[in-house]
Design a protein around this ligand. Structure first.
Ligand code: BGC
Ligand code: IFM
Length: 811
């Protein structure tokens, strides 16, 4: 069942009912100011850091779900309604929400009045604009009142929902003309405040939540709206809000617009006060002056659209498969941008107060983002590397505002170091910019101990080399990519604090997955060494890679698939020797995509085992059989009920690893089958089962052992976005950046037909036509570049050249 449809022309998803199975959200903002906005106008706003600089409050665990947003109420006689349906939930005569690229547009009507709200964050200002257009489509003149409503968060969102003894006494506001200023905390060391303004004279306001809503009421029935009159309340402590009242006379057929601006302002120290206690409003007024007229808003909106157009034009495909075109050209790349910006911090499943930026997560997000804005990728790599320790290990997370490693969580996830090589290699292959490798980067953010980035990568590699276990496989530490495989740490309560009172032999658990990563990224590191003219170091790395390869074949192979790990007692995990959890997806995908076992014929066996044992109609499960009991020696993985999350869920993130692995073997049909099963555009018509947004990937779909088999959770912020984009763009469609130039080597399903790709790469635009007269799955028989035959399938990069016309013939 569908709750809307794709509009490919406008690159929008059109939601036609507010009653979607779960809130279906969008993200506004590209740089530092962000809003989450659901299809019923729920969501919240923050500047840079969802935990530390939260502008508006969101209410977690609320019933009904998704309450608190930026609401507009329309009072028409006795009827009060919202263009996004919530919170009044007044039945609408029509409703539509269009989630677009960096904007959302709501169009609804009630009793002859049509309201359209366009919300977006303009490119160069820290604010969200909501342009309300009201049209009286009835034959009578109307006297309406419009009420806006946002509830301020007292900045630190974590403290905001805990520290009531203090917070209920700190709230402060100012009101001047049509602008409400939220200045809580300004009187201490702070230099920031928020504003909510509208471009017209107002007929009243409220800044006290209790005054606006009334005692014992919620946002679904504000007393002020019911009375048709704000109370001009001035909040002092308690819960400050911002509400404007605008009385609107709307003649039959007439249209009026209003521009609401929610903004964040930072004043330098010397401009803080107009007079003590009265904030300096100059910068706020300058910002507001830019968004006073419809023409200004239209211009800002056009600029945002143009910005996105040129970004998404960096990789486009034109094939006979409209779903592939739709995902590649729009939604997958869009989700890559959002995950790059948010890491795993703020979504409807990540509270924004828990995690900051993840080390491994952000490195992987780079893989799907680096072709869009390489400069921002560069900056991110430096930020991430700056949280590395001198021994090559790394903080698992860091806070985006401070960019400092998070010591509550610390380090010890032994896959982390290698992801830095992955991200850096992707950046250098994309841009050819080797200057990043010589840039001095601190350890643990301490500039007095710094080293060139290349040295950081060496330490990443050496960390693995220096931390091997009894089978010469990498030690897993607290966990590897699979956070829940806690083989050394027996956590008393799964998911809570880890205690390392492991077995007396010490933390010797090993990971075959990290071994596969080492083979892949050890080789990428060696290539970087060669680029830097260090042949000796490249040779050293390759020798280590070979040793790891051999160790995998010796002790990481189980007969029909790769072993997952060795636990702290050196027992196999993910082996036919186990009663449950016999086969795991991660080492099958990653070892094979790294090339392990290909020439020995093991890779094919491993992938056939995946198909036989892990495949479902909704995607490939992470392991089988599911753990039915809790295992102290395995940790959190066995804490989930069977079929959910890391315990036999369909973890979408590593489905592309298996799909890529299939392309390594040249099996295009199977690679595409795996791609298709989790692909949002392909499963749109089972939205009542899948439930999360049909335009983006979710982290997990419940596996076949789960009660709600096929139901997705944790949409938006997942490494699935980057990895599926890497898979479809670089392996299936086959346009892969190498240090020498773009390689084109597709691996497609039979019957996919000819297709063309336009790809911006360094200074050039590549127009690539792929012909497949023999209908093969893989193989390039010839290539011409600008009409001239070129051997192989790497388009030689020519510095400064702007246009390349390439024809590839498969066969
Ligand atoms: C979740 C994982 C997550 C980890 C770290 C676990 O409870 O299941 O998906 O990565 O916590 O936050
Ligand atoms: O790899 C992790 C990721 O860092 C966070 N989400 C879950 C994944 C698998 O455990």
């Amino acid at each position: 069942m569908k709750y809307g449809h794709f509009d490919d022309v406008h690159q929008e998803y059109v939601i036609t009912t507010p009653k979607t199975p779960l809130p279906w959200i969008n993200y506004l903002g590209c740089n530092e100011f962000f809003s989450l906005i659901s299809n019923t106008c729920g969501g919240y706003t923050f500047y840079k850091d969802a935990k530390l600089l939260r502008l508006t409050r969101y209410r977690y665990n609320n019933v009904p779900a998704d309450i608190n947003g930026k609401y507009l109420y329309i009072k028409d006689g006795d009827t009060v309604w919202n263009p996004g349906w919530q919170p009044t939930k007044t039945e609408l005569d029509s409703y539509e929400c269009r989630h677009g690229i960096g904007y959302s547009r709501f169009t609804s009507s009630k009793n002859g009045v049509k309201a359209s709200v366009l919300s977006f964050v303009p490119l160069n200002d820290n604010c969200e604009i909501s342009q309300l257009t009201l049209t009286n489509g009835s034959s009578e003149d109307k006297k309406l009142s419009v009420f806006s409503y946002v509830e301020w968060c007292l900045w630190n969102a974590d403290d905001d929902m805990k520290n009531f003894q203090r917070n209920l006494s700190t709230g402060e506001v100012e009101v001047q003309d049509s602008t409400i200023y939220h200045k809580t905390e300004y009187r201490e060391r702070r230099n920031h405040y928020a504003i909510y303004s509208v471009n017209t004279k107002i007929d009243g306001f409220d800044t006290s939540r209790d005054a606006f809503l009334g005692a014992y009421r919620g946002a679904d029935s504000p007393e002020a709206v019911e009375n048709g009159k704000c109370t001009n309340s001035m909040a002092s402590g308690w819960s400050p809000i911002a509400s404007h009242q605008i009385n609107v006379d709307l003649a039959a057929g007439e249209t009026k617009t209003f521009i609401f601006v929610l903004g964040y302002i930072e004043n330098p120290e010397d401009e803080k006060w107009e007079s003590y206690g009265v904030i300096n409003k100059t910068r706020a007024k300058e910002m507001l002056a830019k968004y006073q007229t419809d023409a200004q808003v239209e211009e800002a909106f056009a600029a945002l659209q143009a910005y996105w157009k040129q970004l998404l034009a960096r990789y486009t495909v034109d094939s006979a498969d409209e779903k592939v075109n739709r995902m590649v050209n729009t939604w997958n790349q869009y989700q890559c941008m959002v995950t790059f910006n948010m890491s795993r911090s703020a979504s409807y499943y990540e509270s924004g107060i828990g995690r900051g930026m993840g080390f491994r997560d952000s490195c992987q997000d780079l893989l799907g983002f680096v072709h869009l804005i390489p400069d921002r990728a560069r900056e991110r790599i430096i930020d991430i590397a700056s949280t590395q320790f001198q021994d090559g290990s790394a903080y698992h997370q860091y806070q985006p505002l401070t960019k400092k490693g998070n010591s509550d969580i610390g380090s010890g996830f032994n896959d982390d170091p290698l992801w830095l090589i992955a991200g850096t290699s992707a950046y250098v292959r994309e841009t050819g910019d080797t200057s990043i490798l010589t840039q001095m980067v601190p350890f643990d953010n301490d500039m007095s101990v710094a080293a060139p980035l290349m040295d950081h990568l060496k330490r990443s590699l050496d960390y693995i080399i220096n931390h091997k276990g009894p089978h010469n496989l990498p030690l897993i530490g607290r966990a590897d990519w699979n956070d829940c495989l806690n083989l050394n740490c027996f956590s008393a309560h799964p998911g809570e604090s880890f205690q390392t009172f492991g077995p007396s032999e010490g933390p010797v658990a090993e990971s075959v997955f990290i071994a596969g990563m080492f083979v892949k990224y050890g080789e990428e590191y060696a290539q970087l060494c060669e680029l830097m003219g260090d042949a000796d170091e490249a040779a050293r790395a390759r020798k280590e890679v070979q040793a790891m390869y051999d160790a995998i074949l010796k002790d990481g192979w189980d007969g029909d698939w790769f072993v997952r790990a060795y636990d702290a007692y050196s027992h196999k995990v993910g082996s036919k020797e186990c009663r449950e959890g016999q086969i795991y997806i991660e080492p099958q995908g990653f070892c094979v995509l790294a090339g392990v076992g290909v020439k020995e014929g093991l890779a094919e066996k491993a992938l056939n085992s995946v198909k036989e044992r892990l495949d479902t109609k909704y995607g490939v499960m992470i392991l089988q059989p599911a753990y039915t009991e809790y295992h102290l020696e395995l940790g959190e993985v066995s804490s989930y009920p069977p079929g959910y999350k890391e315990n036999a869920g369909i973890f979408c993130h590593n489905n592309p690893w298996v799909s890529i692995a299939e392309t390594v073997l040249g099996r295009g049909d199977r690679a595409f089958e795996i791609y298709r099963k989790t692909c949002p555009a392909y499963i749109e018509d089972i939205s009542e089962i899948h439930r999360t947004e049909p335009y983006v990937y979710s982290q997990m779909v419940a596996g076949k052992d789960a009660k709600f088999y096929g139901e997705a959770k944790n949409s938006w912020l997942t490494g699935t976005a980057a990895w599926t984009f890497v898979n479809i763009s670089q392996y299936i469609l086959g346009v892969y950046p190498t240090h020498q130039g773009l390689s084109v080597d597709p691996c497609i399903p039979k019957g996919f037909g000819d297709f063309s790709i336009t790809r911006k790469f360094r200074e050039g635009t590549y127009h690539i036509q792929v012909k497949n007269p023999q209908n093969v799955e893989k193989g390039v028989v010839s290539m011409t570049v600008d009409g001239k035959a070129v051997d192989g399938h790497i388009i030689p990069y020519e510095k400064g050249k702007e246009e390349y016309n390439v024809v590839i013939t498969m066969g």
